[in-house]
Write a protein that binds this ligand. Structure first.
Ligand code: MRU
Length: 333
């Protein structure tokens, strides 16, 4: 892993690398305020499905520092506030539910703060291990060195550990199995051109950023052998929600006979839902499209429709790499 970190508990404070400023400025938000952590998730200062879950775990725990009031009331208020930040990534709800189990078992403990901090650290450490296993399992999809295209950011910045799809690609590169990476810029918030490029550069992997609309061209030109993305929620039938634009990539892969893989930890699988139809898609503010990095590019009165995620139907997914194994079609989680 590279020398920067995404999230770290230092003493009683959470340090969060502000991803809205990357790659031009590497600045950390240092806070012990759970509301500030909730706002950081909403603003995408910390983002990526597993990283959101890890941040929420710390946010809940930190809310009990020096707290002397009604712990039940406090827990439910913090839980609901953090749960309201972003609806699509199931990892947020996985982490909050894990924190709730720990709270329910220790409600009357005088050590509640320390117990919840330990639980948040456990969730973080679990994510680090899941990333390692995913990266190792992902090697099996490479039979020779490949040119890979990826979408959004799925690396260290998006998780508590080394990443999902990005970490599979990095491990394959370290094993001589990746020649070049095409990074979709990922409009409107540019997670590809700002964050994935930052991580590819730090990892020494040869890459180029392309506008999202260039992916089909690159495939037709024979420049892409394989596409790997992450996921924010995977239904029992394998339908997968990921950053807007993933669905069209999967369709183009099918047309060009290019394998399309998802890499995600088992904590991203939502076994409570049968298909992607049940996944709630987050819609973002139109200003994120009307402006680019704070600069107005179109008129304020123009309507914008900005879904942050789309659903890729399972039949378009060649395989799902998790920390346990590589699943193949048909999926039945
Ligand atoms: O809106 P974001 O930046 O949180 O979206 C992130 C993604 O879509 C990632 O691909 C996804 O979380 C899976 S990888 C950790």
């Amino acid at each position: 892993m590279s020398e920067f970190f995404t999230l770290k508990l230092v003493g009683d404070k959470l340090h969060i690398l502000d991803q809205t400023k990357l790659p031009l400025v590497e600045e950390y938000i240092i806070t012990d305020d759970p509301e500030r952590i909730a706002v950081a998730i909403e603003r995408l200062e910390v983002r990526g499905a597993p990283a959101i879950g890890v941040a929420a775990g710390y946010g809940l725990a930190i809310g009990f520092k020096n707290f002397t009031g009604d712990v039940e009331e406090r827990f439910h208020a913090l839980f609901n506030r953090l749960a309201s930040t972003r609806p699509t990534a199931v990892n947020l709800f996985y982490a909050l539910d894990e924190m709730k189990k720990s709270f329910d078992e220790n409600t009357s403990s005088s050590d509640l703060y320390q117990i919840l901090i330990k639980k948040a650290v456990d969730i973080h450490n679990e994510d680090i291990e899941l990333c390692e296993n995913m990266a190792a399992n992902g090697l099996e999809i490479f039979d020779s060195p490949k040119n890979v295209l990826t979408h959004c950011n799925t690396g260290q910045l998006a998780t508590g550990g080394g990443g999902t799809a990005f970490y599979v690609i990095k491990n394959a590169f370290d094993n001589g199995l990746v020649k070049f990476v095409h990074a979709d810029e990922t409009r409107p918030l540019l997670q590809g051109s700002r964050l994935t490029a930052f991580e590819l550069d730090k990892a020494g992997i040869p890459f180029a950023i392309n506008p999202d609309g260039a992916a089909g061209y690159l495939m037709r030109e024979g420049k892409v052998d394989l596409v790997i993305t992450g996921a924010d929620r995977i239904a029992s039938n394998g339908d997968s929600a990921n950053k807007i634009g993933t669905y069209q990539l999967a369709i183009m892969c099918q047309y060009h006979s290019i394998p399309f893989y998802i890499a995600a930890p088992e904590t991203t699988i939502d076994r409570n839902i049968s298909s992607g139809k049940e996944i709630k898609i987050e819609f973002r503010s139109g200003d994120e499209v009307r402006q680019i990095s704070g600069t107005q590019v179109t008129r304020d009165n123009y309507d914008v429709l900005s879904p942050a995620f789309d659903i890729t139907p399972s039949e378009l997914i060649s395989g799902i790499i998790t920390d346990k194994k590589v699943y193949r079609k048909p999926y039945n989680f």
